[in-house]
Design a protein around this ligand. Structure first.
Ligand code: NAP
Ligand code: 8YV
Length: 315
């Protein structure tokens, strides 16, 4: 009988995923250890696999404590918390969960765009606080035909653009390089994209190269009639500049699923009626999470069978 591969779990995972991993692998959860550092010092060398998630990641320090590591499988598509350079240098395979979550993240980006432009969450609060008998809810903004700027026309960005086409939106995007074969105009300068757009959707990868890309200058270019939607990572937006722009009306509103220091959301944002605040739920549907969990396991299963993960972040 083949022994089950020794797997370290970093951070919490959904119960169904933890059960699926425990059924196939010899799993130890780092969070269960009274002295995690002592545990790693004593036992770190035995683990050939690491199960983690986009938020928990795999830091250089953790990887250094796992000298026998050969594979990482992350639940999520964001790689900003995984030290990919160390993994690549050591020949550690990195599996993740791209594609399977595109639809739900794109759907939620459109939900935030519609909500912040039409004020649906604010209108719900208006009715629930009994204001309708004595006040009129203010006019909102039309979505159909809007100018939509997309920061990050990748897998999910393209899914957002396809949905926006259904709303007859004019679409432009920016990346570090143009995307071949798409019908939308590439704008090399983010600040010019923001100046053109009615709504700027942020769906670029997190990490050092996108840190605070959306800064005060970009927000000023978006302007007092502009909306910001962020479903990428909080780190892509200068959150202090965003709060200031919203408080002073330098932009019209924002729809946010991600923040600088999750799960902590600044009270200044909570106080604003022109901001929609979601708790990082863009991929959080039963269907998509089941698909992500299945791919997280499949990456490990494939690696131990063939030496290759199914969906490689290092391809
Ligand atoms: P992807 O296909 O890799 O797309 C990432 C996009 O970001 C690419 O178009 C890339 O284009 C662009 N980009 C990267 N660095 C950039 C830079 N410095 N400046 C401008 N553009 C840059 O990834 P995806 O599957 O669409 O996912 C995108 C991100 O969404 C993930 O990394 C994750 O952080 C986030 N996400 C959030 C949720 C949520 O629950 N809110 C769920 C899933 C994903 P270039 O390489 O040409 O620059
Ligand atoms: C969740 C995400 O954070 O996939 C990502 O990068 O941000 C979201 O899907 C992830 O699913 C948590 O495990």
């Amino acid at each position: 009988m083949t022994s089950r591969p020794p797997l370290l779990q970093n951070g919490p995972l959904a119960p169904a995923l933890e059960a699926a991993l425990a059924a196939e692998f010899d799993v130890q959860r780092l969070a269960d250890q009274a002295d995690p550092q002592g545990f790693l010092a004593q036992h770190g060398a035995r683990f050939t696999g690491l199960a983690t998630s986009a938020p928990a990641g795999a830091s250089a320090a953790l990887l250094a404590a796992l000298p026998g590591l050969r594979v990482i499988s992350s639940h999520g598509v964001g790689l900003d918390k995984i030290d990919l350079a160390v993994a690549a240098q050591r020949g550690i395979q990195v599996g993740y969960t791209p594609e399977v979550l595109n639809d739900c993240v794109a759907d939620l980006a459109m939900a935030l765009l519609l909500d912040v432009a039409r004020g649906t969450s604010a209108a719900d609060r208006f009715v629930r606080r009994g204001a309708w008998p004595t006040a009129k809810f203010p006019l909102a903004r039309k979505v159909t035909g809007q100018r939509l700027g997309i920061l990050g026309l990748g897998r999910i960005g393209r899914a957002i653009a396809q949905r926006a086409t259904g709303f007859e939106m004019q679409i432009r995007y920016t990346n570090r390089k143009p995307v071949a074969g798409v019908p939308w105009k590439f704008e090399p300068a983010l600040v010019e994209l923001a100046r053109w757009a009615d709504t700027l959707v942020v769906i670029a990868a997190g990490g050092a190269s996108t840190h605070h890309l959306v800064n005060a200058e970009v927000l000023d270019a978006l302007g007092p009639n502009g909306f910001l939607v962020n479903v990428a990572r909080g780190s892509v937006v200068d959150q202090a500049a965003l709060v200031q722009a919203l408080q002073t009306g330098r932009i019209a509103g924002a729809g946010l699923d991600v923040y600088a220091d999750e799960p902590h959301v600044p009270p200044e944002l909570m106080a604003l009626d022109n901001v929609v605040l979601l708790p990082h739920i863009a991929s959080a549907t039963r269907e998509t999470r089941q698909a992500m969990e299945a791919l997280t396991v499949a990456n490990l299963r494939a690696f131990y069978a063939t030496g290759q993960v199914q969906a490689s972040a290092l391809a």
